[in-house]
Design a protein around this ligand. Structure first.
Ligand code: AMP
Length: 537
């Protein structure tokens, strides 16, 4: 029997229209480069987005064409998030920190027709103009930094472009499976790969992000996404926020320490999200300077949230870290580690250990862990396997086609993350497959070792990679960044590691190295490729 329900497509214009109808008076705030604060309402945002849709149409943008953004987090970027997919074109958010070869590669692969670019970021495009000749127009967003108008062909300011569109509301029908956005993987090996999200996948992901057991976004929150809007759509937070009508605060370039803390305080932010390095710096800053924060939740993902950081924020500032896992291929949120009610009376130590796991699959997403033969490993909390995932917001292929190594024959996506699963359905990452260290034929988890080192209050960051060793195959090398004003004592670190690792797994004393910083990827993760290269050299 067929259901009697309407065939009503799950598309982004519905989220946009609801913003006008359900919460037109709520605020969207941006702190621009020059520190000026812009405030407007969802009602005004709606009108400008309609104008932008019409301006894009007038400029000749057709369905399926990719329109790129090269921007930080601000209100104009949000307008683009909705206007582009709402006229059936495809939003391509470019990572502004890419190396030139990758930048050129993805602009050409996506066939970007126009690029909307922050004025201060334009030099990165100017330098590579002769290699991105397919781009027909550059629209310059003035982020109020004192810079000359860029030297880009066919360029126009964002406000002038917007003025070419009128306020006539016109929404054509959209098939929910049509492309809405495209993001590229960070491409640590080979070229980046395009992942294309549909209206439907984005809509469903947004609803799930709002669930109480997920990120629990809702109208009463004030949300500040630190995670860039070019990093997997800022983890879907802009779409989910517009769906709920929460107050949105965009930090522009004010992403670290004092600049961030001041904005969190002045706008009464209650929920924020970003990679662990951002929160590490904020934690050190909050220890030194007092703020009156309303912040209750920090969503942390992209890399493992160290247990010490989770404990520190909760005990010192009453702020809860909500650990989540995801990938470009998973839209991105796949699992969230919200403690369950039956854990309330557990000892602190046990609860923190659970919070440091990557968590339970979101409703709608299925996860499994399999061994090298493709057999499910037991859910015992200690047998590792590769994480497989499937669901309505998990990619089934790449823009360039299906990479057979990324999918099982029966259609599960192979994440390349090595995990353990437990009896309560919690997943914990023990490593990326390629980052595992093989010592005397046995695996060492670099993530476990890093977490243990980072639990030392004098340690700001720690990254562990393997170096070739004639006797042990590979031996771990620990790069440690001390907290400002502190120093690293390799002996103390070794003693700490001895409590959890067997003697044959331990690094040598002179392989525990103090460094001023750990190199980061374009999305703020430890760049172990560079560390390995440094060791080889
Ligand atoms: P990306 O596609 O750039 O977002 O990278 C995805 C990868 O980041 C995953 O496959 C994981 O290896 C890693 N990752 C994401 N979230 C976490 C997390 N909470 N803990 C540890 N690793 C994570």
């Amino acid at each position: 029997m067929r259901s009697t329900m309407m065939d009503y497509p799950l598309v982004l214009p519905s989220i946009l229209k609801r913003a006008k109808d359900a919460h037109p008076h709520k605020e969207i705030v941006t702190k621009w480069h020059d520190n000026s604060i812009q405030r407007y309402t969802y009602g005004e945002f709606y009108k400008r987005t309609i104008r932008l849709m019409n301006a894009l149409r007038k400029a000749g943008v057709k369905p399926e064409e990719a329109i790129a953004t090269f921007c930080l987090n601000h209100s104009a970027h949000l307008e683009l998030y909705f206007a582009i997919p709402s006229i059936r074109a495809v939003l391509h958010t470019i990572n502004v920190r890419l190396f030139p070869e990758q930048l050129v590669y993805i602009i050409n692969e996506a066939k970007d027709k126009f690029i909307f670019v922050d004025k201060s970021l334009a030099p990165a495009l100017e330098k590579n103009l002769d290699q991105i000749k397919g781009v027909q127009k550059f629209i310059i967003i003035d982020d109020k930094e004192n810079m000359p108008f860029p030297n880009l062909p066919n360029s126009i300011s964002y406000e002038d472009f917007l003025a070419t569109g009128d306020e006539t509301e016109h929404f054509e029908p959209i098939d929910e499976f049509e492309a809405a956005c495209i993001c590229y993987t960070s491409g640590t090996t080979g070229n980046p790969k395009g992942v294309v999200y549909s209206h439907r996948s984005t809509y469903l992901h947004s609803m799930s992000v709002c669930m109480g057991d997920a990120l629990a976004l809702c109208e009463k929150e004030t949300v500040l996404p630190v995670v860039p809007m070019f990093h997997v759509n800022s983890w879907g937070i802009p779409f989910a926020s517009v769906m709920t009508g929460c107050k949105l605060v965009f930090p522009g370039k004010h992403l670290l320490g004092a600049g961030l803390a001041e904005l969190l305080e002045s706008e009464g932010v209650t929920l924020t999200a970003g990679v662990p390095t951002v929160w590490n710096v904020l934690y050190q800053h909050l220890k030194k300077t007092k703020y009156n924060l309303k912040l209750h939740t920090m969503v942390v993902g992209g890399s493992a949230a160290p247990k010490g950081l989770i404990e520190g924020f909760e005990k010192d500032f009453g702020i809860s870290i909500l650990h989540a896992w995801g990938m470009t291929e998973t839209s991105p949120v796949g699992t969230v580690s919200r403690p369950r009610s039956f854990m309330n009376d557990w000892k602190d130590e046990e609860r923190y250990a659970y919070r440091a796991k990557q968590g339970v699959a979101m409703a709608g997403v299925e996860i499994r862990a399999v061994d090298d033969d493709g057999k499910d490993v037991p859910k015992d909390g200690h047998t590792p396997g590769e994480l497989l995932v499937r669901g309505p917001w998990i990619t089934g292929s790449y823009r360039s086609g299906v990479s057979p190594e990324s999918f099982t024959p029966d259609g599960w996506f192979r994440t390349g993350d090595v995990v353990v699963l437990d009896q309560y359905g919690y997943m914990q990452i023990t490593d990326r497959k390629k980052d595992l260290i093989k010592t005397r034929g046995e695996w060492i988890s670099s993530v476990d070792m890093e977490n243990l080192v980072m639990a030392d209050p004098d340690v700001l960051e720690a990254a562990v990679v393997g170096r070739k060793d004639p006797v042990r195959d590979e031996a771990p090398v620990v790069f440690v960044v001390p907290v400002e004003g502190k120093s690293v004592d390799p002996k103390k670190i070794l003693e700490r590691l001895k409590e959890h690792f067997a003697h044959w797994q331990l690094p040598k004393l002179d392989d525990i190295r103090s460094v001023p910083s750990v190199p980061k990827t374009s999305v703020g993760k430890f760049d172990k490729k560079i560390l390995r290269k440094q060791l080889e050299e």
